[in-house]
Write a protein that binds this ligand. Sequence first.
Ligand SMILES: Cc1cc2nc3c(=O)[nH]c(=O)nc-3n(C[C@H](O)[C@H](O)[C@H](O)COP(=O)(O)OP(=O)(O)OC[C@H]3O[C@@H](n4cnc5c(N)ncnc54)[C@H](O)[C@@H]3O)c2cc1C
Length: 445
Amino acid sequence: MTAPPATKTPVAILGAGLTGMSAAFHLGEAGVPHRLFERSDRVGGHAITVEDEGYRFDRTGHLLHLRDPEMRALALSWIGEDWVEVERRSMIWSSGTYTRYPFQANTFGLPPQVAYECLAGFLKAHFAADRPAPKSFEDFCLAHFGEGISRHFMLPYNARLWGVAPSEITADWCARFVPLPKLEDVVAGAVGLNDRELGYNTRFVYPRLGIGVLSEGLGRALRTKAELRREVGAVDWRGRTIRVGDEVVGYDALVSTLPISVLVDRLIDAPDAVRAAASRLRCSHLYYLDVALDGPCERPLHWVYVPEERYPFYRVGCYSNFSAALAPPGCANLYVELADRAAPDLDALLPRVAADLVELGLVASPRAIRFARLRRLDHAYVLFDHAYFASLDVIRPFLADHGILSVGRYGGWNYSSMEDALIFGRDAARDAARLVREGGRGTAP
Ligand SMILES: Cc1cc2nc3c(=O)[nH]c(=O)nc-3n(C[C@H](O)[C@H](O)[C@H](O)COP(=O)(O)OP(=O)(O)OC[C@H]3O[C@@H](n4cnc5c(N)ncnc54)[C@H](O)[C@@H]3O)c2cc1C
């Protein structure tokens, strides 16, 4: 047990990423006293921008898809005047050529044998008499896209993105993110007739100086500012206190945006079943490169999907094509997301990456690379593996029973966007305010 609380707040919020800050913002608007603790020296979590020798880098591509009118208005008010709205320009590089996104509806331009395999496989799957419910993401791809599209794009690309075999994960994450094209779209796309953009992300909003502008603006809009460099340690769920450095803070409701497995690890004497369930949750980490070019990016693309194993990266994006203000005049900067989850040797990797960027026509010559920095994201993609629901079904009710709202992309253990984070935070504020009114008792919904 921790010491008795030295201080007390109705709502304690852990983590000043977009979810935690949105919770704080809405609690502030509702007049509910709260405190917001952040372990880092800045707000924003995954949604930050760092400056490096005149180039500005996000933590790989962070584009805003604002679908909810209330969130759009709020997000734009936090960003201020300086943003752009951009029409997606993304392509796939495979079989030595570029095709349009999404692959499944744009096979025109691929070598004829590949395009044939994709179309024939799709038609066979589409007209199959018997389609059993898919058990894995691999089954889902084969059932919906057929052999060719699965083999040439969906399976290799997703193995590289998630860092695990598509048979290890389910399709429970993908309804919004993987466009299921109609028969007419696939056929039209195979003969080069598709003229409309498909998918959830055809337009996006982007602050001209990087996504960190959103986080900083939200941070400034908070009535109660985030407490930086204040890492939350042990959580005493029985006594409803948290330890932050030397301080023991009591709470009625706790909003946690820490990865849910990390939160459970910090609970003092969590039940064995809850601990065991948390230890089964899986999330992939990610290595990527911040690349600064001395000259321009040779193609006007926003990002490129790279499914083939012979390339060390599965996606490359160009920040300065989102907004020229992210690089010095005449220069460009890229993010290069690496498929291998093992720590790379940058000296050995860089010549390969440089040659491949030249092959993709993005960089004029390896000499155009001014610098490349290796970065790591500890939590990148929550894995919807076969134990996902069973594990969360043990952890979530336990937390809810003790006034703990675990929310956000990693707190809620899901695959979601920045706009979702803002919505999760708003909803958590409402639930936390209710818990406070009820004196901290009761089960959160
Ligand atoms: C590679 C990648 C690309 C993405 N691209 C997009 C995109 O294009 N568009 C989009 O909308 N979304 C994108 N996202 C998703 C987006 O980044 C997240 O949805 C969002 O940033 C999650 O915010 P959060 O507040 O829930 O979590 P986080 O940003 O992880 O915030 C959690 C905070 O908690 C803090 N913290 C951790 N431990 C402690 C502790 N013990 N005490 C105190 N504080 C602590 C952390 O420092 C962090 O600030 C992407 C994500 C990834 C990984």
